[in-house]
Design a protein around this ligand. Structure first.
Ligand code: AMP
Length: 420
């Protein structure tokens, strides 16, 4: 996929071309289409994933739909960042990507005199990037009013909380107009960041970036066409024949996760399952055993896997393909971390053939087919209705089975995961 597929306007495409950026990073690919439609967004992404351009590009594009003369002290865009370095980098990104547009931006932060910052603000800026303390200072002195904010970005909120900015952030958020597009980025989520997201965002799209190290180049992707009833022996065969040190297996349901873990244990493979029906204690124990190498295989559902932070997972096996193609990207992002090579195997039965095609479309990648003793031509060639999930109890309906975020489980608000 290239930036052209994202319907980016010419002035932005030119700036991207000048920077030499042709292919969007996964977070850009997942976030930009929703942001261009005006959706709120909850992004789980670290620095280095291309997250800045993921919000700067669509904001600039949406701003340019309506020309407004900047009013002194009343920005249209407010980006909050925890540190002056990050704020400066974000400001630089607005300058770089917006070089062929005529928007004014400025960056304000503490630790330096305010005089110059006030002077720039008084000339009128469209885009304001700020650290929370200095922003509040200047708001209290009447130099900045947030009533004109149309786009609000809270970047690295987890770091802001660590730095004790929570009350400042709350005050700033309460001064924002209700009609606005809000974007929220955290490197990792905690109950506290979840709570802020819940208050800040309206019906947000949730996207999670995989780190650069997990881009497809360092991961070998393979698909095994197999009938549902042969998935057990196929998995067992692979585990016995190949040298697989630390294997994360994904199933579509909790019940199937338990069944697979039990089958492996019966065949003397050290395995356990983690999913939403297990207690926190059980999950922690399984995770620790997996980390220490006592467990060779951890079987997980998509939600449970969100908390897994293990670097050297040698193989990700999609025992079932996920219902949403984006989940494939998240799942395989668990292997090949920190520049290591990873292997992603996907078992595809006839009723998963359709989703495999969606995954290949999303990732712009043809996944290599592996020959094996349980190969199913029926699965490989399935089309139309035969390639769609069977709607019965064991093969759950798309609605109930779509991956839910941990926040959906813990908080009242709903965070739909959408197709890109
Ligand atoms: P960030 O995660 O926003 O800090 O970005 C990390 C680095 O990736 C920055 O130096 C960006 O300039 C660069 N970058 C952002 N988007 C792309 C892209 N699509 N292709 C290549 N590099 C990019």
């Amino acid at each position: 996929m290239s930036f052209e597929n994202l319907n980016i306007i010419d002035p932005l495409s030119q700036a991207l071309a000048k920077e030499g950026y042709i292919t969007p990073t996964p977070i850009q690919m997942l976030a930009i289409p929703h942001l261009l439609k005006g959706k709120d967004l909850m992004g789980i992404a670290q620095t280095g994933t291309g997250k800045t351009a993921a919000f700067v590009l669509p904001i600039l594009q949406r701003m340019s739909e309506e020309h407004k003369v900047p009013i002194p002290g009343v920005p249209r865009v407010l980006v909050l960042a925890p540190t002056r370095e990050l704020a400066a980098q974000i400001g630089q990104s607005f300058a770089t990507y917006g070089q062929f547009l005529r928007f004014r931006h400025t960056v304000i932060f503490g630790g330096v005199g305010q005089w110059l910052q006030v002077k720039v603000l008084s000339r009128g800026v469209d885009i304001l990037v700020a650290t929370p303390g200095r922003l509040l200072d200047l708001m209290n002195q009447g130099y900045i009013k947030l009533k004109g904010v149309e786009f609000f970005v809270l970047d690295e909120i987890d770091r802001m909380l660590d730095m004790g900015f929570i009350n400042d952030v709350r005050k700033i958020v309460s001064a924002l107009p209700l009609r606005r597009q809000s974007l929220f980025f955290a490197a990792t989520m905690s109950p506290q960041t979840g709570e802020i997201a819940g208050r800040l965002l309206t019906d947000p799209v949730r996207v999670e970036a995989v780190s650069q190290a997990s881009t497809p180049e360092c991961i070998e992707h393979r698909v095994f066409f197999v009938d549902q009833n042969n998935k057990h022996p196929l998995l067992l065969g692979l585990l016995k024949q190949q040298d697989m040190k630390r294997v994360l297996v994904f199933t579509r349901t909790k019940h199937r996760a338990d069944k697979v873990a039990l089958m492996l244990t019966k065949n003397r493979i050290n395995a356990d399952a983690i999913h939403g029906n297990k207690s926190q204690n059980q999950r922690t124990k399984a995770m620790n055993n997996f980390k220490s190498g006592r467990l060779q295989v951890l079987v997980a559902t998509d939600i449970a896997a969100r908390g897994i932070d293990v670097d050297d997972i040698s193989h990700v096996i999609n025992y079932d393909l996920p219902n949403e193609p984006e989940s494939y990207v998240h799942r395989i992002g668990r292997t090949g971390r920190a520049g290591a090579n990873g292997i992603a195997y996907s078992f595809c039965a006839a009723d998963e053939r359709g989703i495999l095609r969606s995954i290949e479309r999303l990732t712009q990648m043809k996944i290599d087919v592996t020959a094996h003793q349980y190969h199913s031509n029926q699965a490989k060639n399935a089309v139309a209705v035969a390639a769609e999930p069977v709607p019965n109890k064991s093969r759950i309906s798309p609605r109930s089975s779509r991956p839910k975020s941990s926040y959906e489980l813990g908080l009242r608000k709903s965070y739909p995961v959408r197709r890109g």
